[in-house]
Design a protein around this ligand. Structure first.
Ligand SMILES: Nc1ncnc2c1ncn2[C@@H]1O[C@H](COP(=O)(O)OP(=O)(O)OP(=O)(O)O)[C@@H](O)[C@H]1O
Ligand SMILES: [Mg+2]
Length: 186
């Protein structure tokens, strides 16, 4: 892992407290969440910035907090009502009254390979202008768009999770810059 070059600790609007935000490089943002509420709030900040057509990949072991973060992203985008893990149906779609676009939440844990993901119609999602949040994206990497926001979550202990955001492509670089400002004020 690359050595952290700086650490910030500050309280910002919305009550998010970044306990540690090592600055790795311009494409990467990493910090420690101290509980599910904080992870969810960070997801809300991200979801508020989505305009449609984005692909957000959530990688991490069982119980890392992917669904928790996805619920925040969905709420920030404007989904009302519960967003439960779509483990059994693989993909859930949600609408928002004021938008023609849909919000898709996929869980590829049970997908054995990319051709099964093709069968799900997942590749249609990014051309539709919908927002797509994918848990276990590494199960179908060959069908993912090359540009995306990749978020890796790792369990540090019972309550703490490391979240590392990596922007892949200019659009996601801009999104990550906006998110950094919205969530951390800098
Ligand atoms: N900082 C944290 N952020 C998110 N979840 C946390 C945190 N600390 C503890 N938790 C707990 O970890 C669990 C995360 O569950 P979640 O369903 O979001 O994981 P997941 O990565 O989606 O797992 P799966 O691979 O099974 O879908 C929840 O029980 C949550 O309360
Ligand atoms: Mg999950």
């Amino acid at each position: 892992m690359q050595e952290a070059r700086g650490t910030l600790s500050r309280r910002v609007h919305g009550g998010i407290i970044a306990t540690a935000m090592p600055i790795l490089d311009e494409r990467t943002l990493e910090f420690t969440s101290r509980g599910p509420d904080q992870t969810r709030r960070l997801g809300v900040r991200l979801g508020e910035l989505l305009r449609g057509g984005e692909c957000i990949c959530l990688e991490g072991e069982l119980g890392a907090g992917k669904t928790c973060l996805a619920q925040g992203i969905a709420a920030g985008w404007g989904v009302t009502g519960p967003v439960r893990s779509p483990t059994f149906t693989l993909i859930h779609e949600f609408r928002r009254l004021d938008s023609p676009h849909k919000f898709y939440h996929a869980d590829l844990y049970r997908i054995a390979n990319s051709s099964e993901a093709w069968a799900l119609g997942l590749d249609d999602v990014w051309v539709s202008g919908g927002v797509c949040v994918i848990e276990w994206p590494e199960h179908a990497t060959s069908i993912l768009p090359p540009e995306r926001l990749w978020i890796r979550l790792a369990v540090l202990d019972e309550m703490r999770r490391m979240l590392r955001f990596t922007a892949q492509g200019d659009r996601y670089q801009a999104l990550l810059d906006d998110f950094r400002r919205a969530a951390f004020g800098g």
